[in-house]
Design a protein around this ligand. Sequence first.
Ligand code: FAD
Length: 453
Amino acid sequence: MDLTARLREIVGVAQVVTETDVVAPYAQDWSRRWAGKPLAVVRPGTTAEVADVIRACAEAEVPLVPQGGNTGLVGGGVPQDGEVVLSLRRLNAIGAVDQLGRTVVAGAGATLAEVQRAARSGGLDVGIDFAARDSATIGGIASTNAGGGRVLRHGITRSQVQGLEVVLADGSIVCRMSGLAKDNTGYDLVQLMVGSEGTLGVITAVQLKLVPPSGPAVTALVAVKTVDDALAVLSAVRRRFAELDAAEYFHDDGLQLVLRHRSVASPFDRHHPLYLLVEVTGAGADTVDDLAELLGELDPVRDAVLAVTAADQRALWELREAHSEAIGAVGVPVKLDVALPLNRLGYFEQELPDVVRAVSRHAVTILFGHLAEGNVHVNLLAATEDDVHGSVTDAVLRLVAAHGGSISAEHGIGLAKRRWLPLTRDPADVAAMRAIKQAFDPAGLLSPGRILA
Ligand SMILES: Cc1cc2nc3c(=O)[nH]c(=O)nc-3n(C[C@H](O)[C@H](O)[C@H](O)COP(=O)(O)OP(=O)(O)OC[C@H]3O[C@@H](n4cnc5c(N)ncnc54)[C@H](O)[C@@H]3O)c2cc1C
């Protein structure tokens, strides 16, 4: 029996898709940079079906790539030609909120927004948030160890994952969801799976830690001149307010794209070079005045707007969160997610335009990101042709490495950056990663060629 027929036996005829137009949304990524022709898209509805699908692919020696919401930005979740796409979206059940243990178990295919709603209806919240919340799945988020706008307060996804259910490359199922806060029984397989980008196992359910709701918040958009000014303001705000939830930044060129794309007006009456978005939570009645007073005292602050109502806060957040969408509406950018030590961020931003211009004369550089972690999203429009052989990516990532940064802050390595892994991981480190991959997936069935070339 051929593989497609066997897959239909396992999940039902309707859940194995091969027609080009139905396959299309699974075959290309959100940024339109990565695409392939899969053998089929298979959509199991239970963990047992996932295990059977993996066994069938292993027997047929056909590799597969797990996929959640397909919002990943490094080509890790889109198929290479001939691979099977294993879509986890139908595994979207969400259990009851455990009030005592402050956890919830969600199927890998539940979207972040769905899990947030479930947590909030139980009086708690998820300590993870970012713009792709309506499509990104909790399985994809765990497998990429996603970051986002709440890392400053709650840490990266890894610190929010309490347990996992995972199907390994031989079809065996590992379930570690005791819910115990302390459980040092052997190797930490849960944390090994987090951030492994589908190369070590297929996540079928995630047990997430939940956080208390943040309470009333004050959001401020602060206009400054340079990234070092933004860092000085952030440092002062952090000293004054213990409960800072977010610190995001963007430049004026990005803001202008967003304003045009969304047809909205700037909250400022003139242009400023750079903007810092901060959100203080657990706010008491005096927080607005305190924050306004502090910002008024700080030299680097050129202007600021404060928001206290949910609608006004959302409007400020949109200016930051709509960046990827607004850039994508202009063209397909070279997208590089990197992190710099905070004391090197200003130098990096100063040096970057010349470094890019040397390899891509017409490139338009747009930078934004999560300031507190030195996490910059480098978006280069009109540069994809010059990057066909990776020369633009190479130039930017070498600059990152020269400043002691990371070539992947939160999006992962996928296909996009595997060539550059040795830039910031030494040979012994890469060899250890290869040994782990070999131990979990000796036949190279799961997402071959992602992370490790
Ligand atoms: C507008 C926008 C904003 C974004 N903002 C952020 C941000 O602030 N921070 C951030 O970190 N990322 C961000 N991203 C990137 C992306 O949303 C995250 O990487 C997210 O975690 C991907 O989830 P997904 O379900 O879409 O995964 P997919 O794109 O489907 O897959 C991503 C990777 O995970 C693997 N995978 C997916 N599901 C599973 C599973 N169940 N088991 C094993 N492997 C699996 C895939 O094989 C692939 O390697 C953004 C993307 C967009 C489009």
